[in-house]
Design a protein around this ligand. Structure first.
Ligand code: HEC
Length: 174
């Protein structure tokens, strides 16, 4: 499964490089929410309740020392490790949403709706099984920053993500 997903991403990249702006996602694909979430309304409500306090209703809380999700977070779906990172984030893995399928739906809302077409075309949505598998390997706040930077470099190298993905938000002073 994972190999197939990576190959799909690679195939998309090949096409993307020839795209109008030289970017993979010059024209974000519109997705049908029902194709990636069994209950889009519940997923949105869960996001607003559990995540928007820090990340904003539209994933757009800036400036704050918080990662900007809007129009960016989908890039993390491009490698298996970065995809797993999204489910291992402390606030996600330890979320009070104990139902794995419900959490998968909410993360699909984050990646496919807030991410606005930055997930590679053909990306498989998260499933409850995948959430169950990854959330037991929650990252600690200790190693989070280094791990994020390592993965961001991977996205730039392997997926041609914009270099700005290394920063938490565009314009971050480091
Ligand atoms: C208390 C504030 C807070 C809450 C609540 C919170 N987050 Fe976060 N989130 C952060 C911070 C800070 C980071 C940066 C990594 C870290 O320190 O955990 C982060 C990192 C992330 C990232 C990685 C983005 C990147 O560019 O690396 C995602 C995705 C994310 N959070 C999604 C969520 C989701 C989904 C929820 C709701 C279940 C949530 N967060 C709840 C503060 C929060």
């Amino acid at each position: 499964m994972r190999v197939a997903a990576v190959m799909t991403a690679a195939a998309v990249l090949t096409l993307g490089i020839a795209g109008p702006k030289g970017g993979v996602h010059a024209a974000p694909a519109l997705i049908d929410p029902h194709s990636v979430m069994s209950d889009p309304e519940q997923a949105r409500a869960d996001y607003v309740e559990h995540c928007s306090g820090c990340h904003g209703q539209h994933g757009d809380t800036v400036p704050a020392h918080l990662p900007e999700l809007q129009g960016r977070v989908g890039w993390f779906m491009c490698t298996p490790e970065a995809r797993a990172y999204l489910l291992r984030l402390p606030n996600v893995a330890h979320s009070r949403i104990s139902d794995n399928a419900e959490l998968a739906d909410m993360m699909n809302y984050v990646v496919f709706v807030l991410g606005e077409g930055t997930a590679p075309v053909g990306t498989r949505p998260f499933t409850g099984e995948e959430v169950a598998r990854e959330r037991v390997h929650a990252l600690t706040n200790m190693n989070l920053t280094a791990e994020r930077l390592r993965l961001a470099n991977q996205l730039v190298r392997q997926c041609h993500a914009p270099a700005s993905i290394r920063a938490l938000y565009i314009g971050e002073k480091r």
